[in-house]
Design a protein around this ligand. Structure first.
Ligand code: ZN
Length: 211
């Protein structure tokens, strides 16, 4: 019933998470009914965002790709051009590294406004079931950062699920005594009522109590 270009658009849109064929069709007709520049801007953003981003070579957070310097320019050893905004920021404490699984986790932590150290994004967690071992994660570069010196504390902020715990345990062993290692606290959520908490969370909150 639909012309091929519209079908192609619907098929492409329905690949997005949470977007079924029905929603994709609604989006496609919405775009049809908008001025042409709306679809143009969307298309432009979709084609360029991958090319304009890269991963920070230090912490693996997303960073905007800067245009290459003109030939003949001398780049100093303190060249920060490839680094992300957090690694480049002199007000962040580079002696304390918070290790997380994903860029989304980094964004969530940044929103708390509680962290003024730097990060290390693993891009996943250890999962023998899914065939994810240390080599598939950014573990070696974390240890390289610690080995290079100047790191006092490594905070393991991986998820509180089985895989996140296994990853934290692995990294704790790997860092060893090269830096102080801590794990983020888990327990009673803000506004939480004890009677509705699951046994694991409540038990851990009791074990990890503080004075
Ligand atoms: Zn960075």
């Amino acid at each position: 019933m639909l012309p091929a270009p519209l079908k192609r658009l619907i098929a492409a849109l329905s690949r997005l998470p949470g977007v079924g064929e029905k929603t994709a069709t609604r989006y496609a007709f919405h775009l049809m009914n908008q001025p042409e520049y709306v679809a143009g801007e969307l298309a432009q953003a979709l084609t360029s965002f991958r090319e304009e981003l890269h991963f920070c070579p230090r912490c693996h957070h997303l960073a905007e790709l800067q245009p290459a310097p003109a030939t003949g320019t001398i780049s100093s050893s303190s060249d920060l051009s490839g680094l992300c905004d957090i690694c480049k920021n002199p007000r962040r404490d580079s002696r304390r590294i918070c290790v997380i699984e994903s860029v989304q986790d980094l964004i969530a932590l940044e929103k708390t406004g509680e962290w003024d150290g730097v990060y290390h994004v693993l891009h996943g967690s250890l999962s023998p079931m899914r065939g994810v071992g240390p080599d598939q994660l950014r573990c070696a570069s974390l240890i390289a950062r610690v080995d290079a010196g100047g790191v006092d504390e490594v905070i393991l902020a991986t998820n509180a699920d089985v895989e996140g715990e296994a990853t934290a345990l692995y990294l704790r062993r790997l860092v060893g005594t090269k830096a102080a290692v801590s794990r983020i606290a888990t327990g009673v959520p803000m506004g939480g009522e004890l009677e509705y908490l699951d046994r694991g969370t409540l038990g851990r909150a009791l074990r990890d109590r503080r004075s």
